[in-house]
Design a protein around this ligand. Structure first.
Ligand SMILES: C[S@@+](CC[C@H](N)C(=O)[O-])C[C@H]1O[C@@H](n2cnc3c(N)ncnc32)[C@H](O)[C@@H]1O
Length: 317
């Protein structure tokens, strides 16, 4: 069992994320708070829902093109995954890569990450699995592992990039270009703009799993910060923002209420929205603009071009 070099990267204490967000005129909470252990389990259930085309489509693209994806990545890589979740897409990729040296999964959902990494290490005893619990928007030192390689490949599937604000996404892409260097690459999943009748149900399913996932954020805050959010007094809402090309997910207060978090009290009038997540949908041009530090080497897509898996290399010079 090689799962030994567990490095925590810095995270801000949760109160620093929650209190300022709820003190603004337009209240908001960062989407990373969706992911405690229960949130990660609920997200896995979302991935199996008929309405959630994202996982199914990306997986289909990878399955149909795995030989060319693996050969474009090449041998002896270090695979670094940001927001790795249960690493389910990664196992499929690892099965086809030529002699990968190490795998570095990074995720905010610590317990879930460590459980997934342990299982993965058992599945791939020859691979060095080096999990890092933490926030991928903060500075993260990536271990080189016991068998260094200059073929470092960042895997960023699930269109998690779309959850970042535009300025954060630019910073993130710039950091990845530096991290992988001229001989490395980024393999990223990008959700494309598509008809609303496909998009909206993906974020508001009939079974109510996405609503439970959103409300679980309040439970997470209650537990960590001794807050008293009443989950029955909020509802999940997903709307499309046409001007900015994103799904806007909020929790809406169902009554006039006051919530206390430690010493602080927050007033929520009936109907007030707390923004909790954005999910950006890209046009090809928009993504190219975000990827300005890279050359786009390969693009794999599905028949309807709902989703793209893109391989990029940092631009030299
Ligand atoms: C949309 S899910 C994608 C999961 C998986 N990569 C996939 O493709 O199905 C986002 C993942 O990123 C993690 N995550 C979200 N925000 C994060 C942050 N700021 N830092 C680290 N991990 C984060 C979540 O815990 C979750 O596992």
């Amino acid at each position: 069992m090689k799962l030994n070099s567990q490095v925590d990267c810095p995270t801000t204490p949760m109160a620093h994320d929650v209190i300022p967000g709820l003190s603004k005129r337009q209240k908001s909470l960062p989407c990373k708070l969706l992911y405690d252990r229960r949130g990660s389990e609920l997200f896995e259930r979302i991935c199996e829902l008929p309405e959630y085309y994202v996982t199914r489509t990306e997986r289909g693209i990878m399955e149909a093109n795995i030989e060319s994806i693996a050969s474009a990545i090449g041998p002896d890589c270090q695979l670094v995954e940001f927001g790795s979740g249960n690493s389910s897409k990664t196992t499929f990729l690892l099965d086809h890569l030529e002699t990968p040296k190490s795998y570095v999964p990074i995720d905010i959902s610590r317990v879930h990450l460590l459980e997934s990494a342990r299982k993965l290490q058992q599945l791939y005893p020859d691979l060095d699995v080096l999990p890092i619990p933490g926030d991928f928007n903060s500075a993260i030192e990536i271990p080189v592992g016991p068998r260094p390689t200059d073929n470092r490949v960042v895997f960023f599937p699930g269109s998690t990039l779309g959850n970042l604000e535009e300025d954060e996404a630019f910073v993130f892409m710039g950091r990845i270009a530096k991290l992988v260097g001229p001989r490395g690459a980024l393999l990223i999943g990008i959700d494309m703009k598509k008809p609303l009748e496909v998009l909206l149900p993906a974020y508001d399913d009939k079974a109510g799993v996405t609503a439970e996932f959103s409300l679980n954020m309040l439970q997470h805050i209650n537990r960590e910060l001794l807050a008293d959010f009443d989950l029955d007094q909020f509802r999940h809402e997903a709307v499309w923002d046409e001007e900015n090309n994103h799904i806007d997910i909020s929790l809406v207060s169902l009554v006039d209420q006051v919530v206390t978090i430690g010493e602080e009290a927050f007033v929520f009038p009936e109907g007030e929205r707390v923004a909790i997540e954005k999910s950006h949908k890209y046009t090809a041009e928009e993504f190219e603009h975000l990827a300005k530090d890279f050359d786009i080497k390969r693009v794999w897509s599905d028949e309807q071009d709902w989703f793209r898996v893109v391989l990029l290399q940092p631009r030299v010079g």
